[in-house]
Design a protein around this ligand. Structure first.
Ligand SMILES: [Zn+2]
Length: 102
């Protein structure tokens, strides 16, 4: 059994473990009930941690978790008015003010 990562809270730890299990990796959340005594022990000890039961799954689990933690990358768009490139979250061109073109 190997510790994969600590999560900021139990909800996220459970989500990670569920996602790993859905991918066929046996995972458990520990430190489940420690948050009630946070303050008496170092904070990182109180955080729930996800553990992978089978060492052989560890690398795959680590990659899956990495994907889970990084937001999906949306494609850039290019303004039809001036050719400026924009990250996906912008709805209008900051350069010429044109609305985003599909
Ligand atoms: Zn533009």
């Amino acid at each position: 059994m190997r510790r994969l990562a600590s999560a900021p809270n139990l909800l996220i730890a459970t989500l990670w473990a569920d996602t790993l299990r859905a991918a066929g990796i046996e995972a458990r959340v520990f430190s489940r009930y420690l948050s009630s005594i946070a303050g008496e022990i170092p904070p990182h000890e109180a955080e729930p941690a996800v553990w992978v039961l089978d060492e052989a799954d560890f690398e795959r689990a680590r990659r899956l978790l990495h994907e889970l933690r990084s937001p999906p990358r949306l494609p850039e768009w290019i303004c039809s008015g001036c050719g400026e490139r924009h990250p996906a979250q912008f709805a209008a061109c900051w350069n010429c003010g044109a609305a985003r073109s599909p």
